[in-house]
Design a protein around this ligand. Structure first.
Ligand code: SP5
Ligand code: ZN
Length: 341
């Protein structure tokens, strides 16, 4: 399997996030991608390629132009005012406030985010742009006839909405790739999101559409981030009705419970008969993940890949979460090796 990877991910390295009332070093760090790349090479998964540059146009298919302009320009506005610390939001337009777009940088930061988990640093735009190009390069490889590809994206993307960052995510790499398949003539794309957290951004981008089936297995949002989306009664709207399928699971879920949910998701995907499959591949379902509550073990990821392969669709794997850094490479590449058989 071809892997796409860019060194530019390194330009994004947030300093801290708020965890249990303390500022702790960001769990979403460059070493994550390094570990995955090292394992890809160690297992000789296949060639590792630099991404091509498809420009901004395919990003604008899933994100608004004002949001992209904000993301691209935020650091320059911040540093021009004499700042060098990470740029973090602290006020949001929650209920009873207005969804206006203020002029100030911090007002706009709240307007374009849903949590304080997506710091903007000097290199964030370059890194997130690079990650989107990595996803698009994987998409292109499959459009050109490959049966699978791995987009080793960092930062991750599935929490990012059309004009919203959060949960370590800025650009929705999986959504951007899925939209590119449609724009190149695919009629139906299925997205299977196996990250521990609900892919709220991906769901929201495609919620009213019937050309994308979104399925997600995740920690029950009644108890887990992102809390405000990911419930079973979210089934799609308008033309999208019946094309959104959430499978929340309780804390402590291990492979027996998780694999039953995977089976249910796979049946939906089989019924939809997609032209291609995009997998939002988070491995924060691992038993020793520092911020998550499922209990998958490393060999379970081989089984996961095997089941996904039985769907029989050309498959683009897009890296999402996974914060047990020492094991992230083994777990992610196990899915890919399981897929290859
Ligand atoms: C892409 C992705 O996986 N994003 C996840 C963002 C999660 N942010 C919220 C983390 C809250 C962690 N609380 C853990 C408490 C441990 N004592
Ligand atoms: Zn996650």
């Amino acid at each position: 399997m071809l892997t796409f990877y860019s060194e530019e991910h390194r330009l994004h390295h947030g300093r801290c996030e708020l965890i249990d009332g303390e500022l702790k070093p960001c769990f979403e760090m460059p070493a994550r991608a390094d570990q995955v790349l090292a394992r890809v090479r160690q297992r000789r998964l296949g060639e590792v390629r630099e991404p091509a540059d498809f420009g901004l146009a395919p990003l604008l298919r899933s994100h608004t132009d004002d949001y992209l302009a904000f993301l691209k320009g935020a650091w320059a506005r911040w540093s021009a005012a004499g700042n060098s610390a990470d740029l973090l939001p602290f006020t949001w337009p929650a209920r009873s406030l207005r969804g206006v777009r203020p002029e100030s940088l911090h007002g706009q930061l709240g307007y374009y985010s849903f949590d304080a988990g997506a710091p903007i640093t000097a290199g964030t735009w370059q890194a997130v742009y690079g990650a989107a190009q990595v996803a698009l390069s994987g998409q292109q490889a499959i459009a050109d006839g490959a049966t699978s590809a791995f987009a080793l994206c960092r930062p991750p993307g599935h929490h990012a909405g059309a004009d919203l960052m959060g949960g370590y995510c800025y650009l929705n790499n999986a959504a951007i790739a899925a939209q590119a398949f449609l724009d190149q003539g695919c009629a139906r794309v299925a997205i299977l999101d196996v990250d521990y957290h609900h892919g709220n951004g991906t769901q929201s981008i495609f919620y009213r559409r019937d050309d994308v089936l979104f399925t997600s297995i995740h920690g029950d949002p009644r108890a887990e981030f992102p809390f405000f989306l990911g419930y079973t009664d979210e089934t799609g709207e308008g033309a999208g009705e019946g094309h959104n399928f959430n499978l929340p699971l309780p804390a402590g879920s291990a492979w027996d419970v998780w694999s039953a949910a995977l089976e249910a998701a796979c049946r939906q995907i089989e019924r939809y008969a997609p032209d291609v499959l995009v997998v939002s591949l988070g491995v924060d379902t691992f038993k020793d993940d520092p911020i998550s509550q499922f209990r998958l073990d490393s060999p379970d990821y081989l089984r996961m890949g095997e089941r996904i392969a039985r769907l029989g669709a050309p498959t683009l794997f897009v890296m999402e979460g996974g914060y047990a850094v020492a094991e992230i490479g083994v777990n992610a590449v196990n899915v890919l090796e399981g897929f290859q058989g």
